[in-house]
Design a protein around this ligand. Structure first.
Ligand code: NAP
Length: 283
């Protein structure tokens, strides 16, 4: 099995985690890192074509079974069944990473009521659904650690009115649950990525040259890697994070800090963007 570049390989030995959206992009990197640290990881999302090859590919790569579950986080029955199967099979559930989510890029006037509801339903209500199910099934009695993957919520996020509202809601919910559930031994935090070179950004509309613009507005002049997000999640889920709760940790190369009066020249050429292709992906 390949080892973590950062952490000791038995940090999470014997523990069990659910990573929603764990079959693609950032979620696959989080799954890889938690598995390397000794956890048994269940990856859960809607599409068998995402989950099945990822579960098989990660299991083979890591030499430890990664379990695939088909689950729509908007559907409370589907979530409850997935969580119940996990607890029944492994007898515990120590970690939850609410990474599953998504949105479509649109000016606000192009977002229909249905579209807004769908994005809030996935990113805010979906996060609540899984968190509450995991709390009810295990963590309220035994404790645990939850990390919610959000996005940059402190400034404007044009084209993302629905999602930035939902993610700000997740961050507020995280702070609140951290206080309510501190005495249950549950820690909850949000990790807010800036722009990440992942499968997700392939969904941005073609032709707008958005990815190049994104690099240019980051002081570090590059996108994050999926591993750079996964390492923070692993830190929070290890004993290193034992006194951190209710926080939003931003990983954005300085993007959210930067105003516009201090020009930072673009390097020429700009760094190449490499979106990782998982071994089980065909393209
Ligand atoms: N890439 C970035 O720059 C960036 C920046 C900030 C935040 N984020 C957030 O980070 C997370 C991971 O993004 P990514 O870049 O790795 O993109 P991605 O590959 O599109 O990941 C999204 C994952 O969520 C799952 N998902 C979507 N709707 C779901 C639902 N209703 N129920 C269960 N699972 C669902 C998808 O699987 P199925 O389609 O199989 O359901 C997929 O595995 C997302 O929440 C994303 O919005 C990404």
């Amino acid at each position: 099995m390949s080892l973590s570049q950062i952490f000791r390989d038995d940090l999470l030995a014997g523990q069990v985690a659910i990573v929603t959206g764990g079959g693609t992009g950032i979620g696959a990197s989080i799954t890889r890192e938690l598995t390397r640290l000794g956890a048994t990881v269940v990856i859960a999302s809607r599409k068998p074509e995402n989950i099945e090859p990822a579960a098989a590919g990660l299991s083979e790569e890591l030499g430890r079974e990664v379990v695939g579950e088909i689950c729509d986080i908007r559907d409370r029955d589907s979530v409850a069944a997935m969580v119940a199967r996990t607890v029944e099979r492994f007898g515990r559930l120590d970690h939850l990473v609410n990474n599953g989510g998504g949105q479509f890029f649109s000016p606000a006037e192009g977002i229909s009521g249905k579209g807004f509801d769908a994005v809030v339903g996935t990113n805010l209500t979906g996060t609540w659904n899984v968190t509450r199910a995991v709390a009810d099934a295990w963590m309220l009695k035994h404790g645990g650690v939850v990390t919610n993957i959000t996005m940059l919520t402190h400034r404007a996020f044009p084209g993302m009115a629905h999602s930035v509202a939902a993610r700000a809601g997740v961050e507020a919910m995280t702070r609140t649950l951290a206080v309510e559930w501190a005495n249950r031994g549950i820690r909850l935090n949000s990790v807010a990525p800036g722009y990440v070179a992942s499968s997700g950004i392939k969904r941005y509309p073609a032709g707008l040259n958005l990815v190049q613009q994104m690099q240019s507005v980051v002081p570090m002049k590059r996108l994050a890697t999926c591993d750079e997000i996964a390492w923070m999640v692993a830190y929070l889920h290890s004993v290193a994070g034992a006194y951190i709760t209710g926080q939003t940790i931003t990983i954005d190369g300085g993007k959210e800090l930067w105003g516009d009066y201090w020009p930072i020249p673009d390097p020429k050429p700009m760094p190449e963007i490499e979106i990782p292709v998982e071994p089980w992906e065909t393209e």
